[in-house]
Design a protein around this ligand. Structure first.
Ligand code: SF4
Length: 426
């Protein structure tokens, strides 16, 4: 039976049927998030407490040159540590002390847990508290886990941001403010700042900020918009501090961006005329810039392997704004509340799958023969060798894709592999 024939029947968005898969995964771990997070928080340092494998992953994902002064590193757990012959806490204290002495620019240090640190049950939360006390007030030390056999690579950002929430100061009073949650490129942040100002929405703050000291306040007046769809733990932590999530689709594409802005505008009571005035120009510009890509992509079929948790918003964008046909939309986790607005916009009968059984999904993909397959790096090369056209999902997190002025770039990321394949076939 082909994937299309096996598609579950359509249903109202809230109860859309989903194929749940449990089996072998093909994913990167949450350490990957360090690659974009260290660029975003400019005085933070990420110290992975892990193995040589973790160091290799980070090094190759970030493509760091040997003479650079990067703001991440790996404290290697070696055989003596694993055998319990060394005092890991003493070793860690020594490494951290050396690091902060050598790098006075570090204001926020994340101890990032890994599979090996979890296997030997090294308590990084106690280590972070101890080191924070020692190094205060110059350096704040936090910890989170980037390990992942069962996780997705974007969960590293979620864990990192969730670790920041308890550190956020309390917002005095109940005055309303907007918090945009999720690491965004600075250029995108600036564009959104201008749009919110035009909508009369504010004050607007961003999590994470550009510097360690920029931690925004949070309280019962805080309304937050998720800029990324993989921030379930961060959202929960913010809600436990009294903040309220504004339900919205994600700001991908012209439509997604307008709906995302409109959701905040509705909370602030912005008039429809003011909303139109603030968004019409950006939306028209985005649609015009996307038009050549739409010509290339319309009618092409796309198959998503579960990898980044961006799959559902991307599928909505590709089908509604670029006319692509969705064969299967796989997602590692389906957060029904955070995805409700996105699910409502997907075409009826869209085949959704959650979790992964990679062999079964590969069978469905090969049977469907999609024009494009969106997947992780580990699957892309073998599928390309089989003649399929692929898009690396990780590129969609490394590249600024949110907002009106990035909509055409996002469309271009999907058009390029098809153009390249067409050229190769000439
Ligand atoms: S999966 Fe585990 S061992 Fe492998 S790089 Fe990630 S944290 Fe390190």
């Amino acid at each position: 039976m082909s994937a299309a024939a096996a598609a579950p029947p359509c249903a109202a968005p809230a109860e859309r049927p989903v194929l749940r898969e449990r089996g072998q995964h093909e994913v990167f771990c949450g350490l990957t998030g360090i690659v974009w997070l260290h660029r975003k928080i400019q005085d933070a340092f990420f110290l992975v407490v892990g193995s040589r494998t973790c160091a290799h992953l980070l090094q190759s994902a970030a493509g760091v040159m040997i003479f650079a002064e990067p703001r991440f590193a790996t404290a290697i757990i070696d055989e003596r540590d694993l055998a319990g012959l060394a005092d890991c806490n003493a070793e860690l204290d020594r490494v951290v002390t050396q690091l902060v002495e050598r790098r006075p620019d570090i204001k926020l240090l994340f101890l990032v847990g890994s599979c090996p640190s979890e296997v030997i049950k090294l308590d990084l939360s106690r280590a972070a508290q101890r080191l924070s006390r020692q190094l205060a007030p110059a350096v704040r030390v936090l910890n989170y886990s980037g390990s992942g056999i069962e996780t997705t690579f974007t969960q590293g950002e979620d864990a990192c941001l969730a670790s920041l929430v308890p550190e956020m100061p309390a917002e005095p009073g109940t005055a309303r403010s907007l918090l945009v949650v999720g690491a965004l490129a600075e250029v995108v942040e600036d564009q959104f700042q201008r749009l919110f100002a035009a909508l009369g929405v504010g004050p607007v703050r961003f999590l994470p900020g550009r510097r360690a000291a920029d931690l925004p306040p949070v309280g019962t007046g805080t309304r937050f918009l998720l800029a990324q769809p993989f921030l379930g733990d961060t959202a929960r932590a913010l809600e436990s501090r009294g903040a309220t999530r504004i339900a919205a689709p994600f700001p991908l594409g012209a439509e997604g961006t307008t709906r995302w802005l409109a959701a905040a505008a509705a909370v602030w009571g912005t008039s429809p005329e003011k909303l139109r005035a603030a968004t019409a120009g950006g939306e028209a510009r985005a649609r015009q810039a996307m038009a050549p890509h739409r010509e290339r992509l319309a009618g092409q079929s796309v198959f998503f392997f579960p990898d980044s948790q961006l799959e559902i918003p991307l599928a909505r964008f590709l089908s509604r704004e670029l006319g692509m046909r969705l064969v299967e939309v796989g997602t590692p986790y389906l957060h029904r509340a955070h995805m409700a607005e996105e699910l409502a916009l997907l075409p009826e009968g869209t085949f959704l799958s959650e979790g992964q059984h990679v062999d079964r999904q590969l069978d469905r993909c090969r049977a469907a023969k999609p024009d494009m397959t969106v997947c992780g790096l580990g699957l892309a090369n073998p599928l390309e060798a089989e003649g399929m056209t692929t898009k690396w999902s990780i590129e969609l997190v490394f590249t600024p894709i949110q907002g009106y002025d990035q909509a055409a770039d996002l469309a271009g990321l999907f058009a390029r592999p098809l153009v390249r394949r067409a050229r190769l076939e000439v």
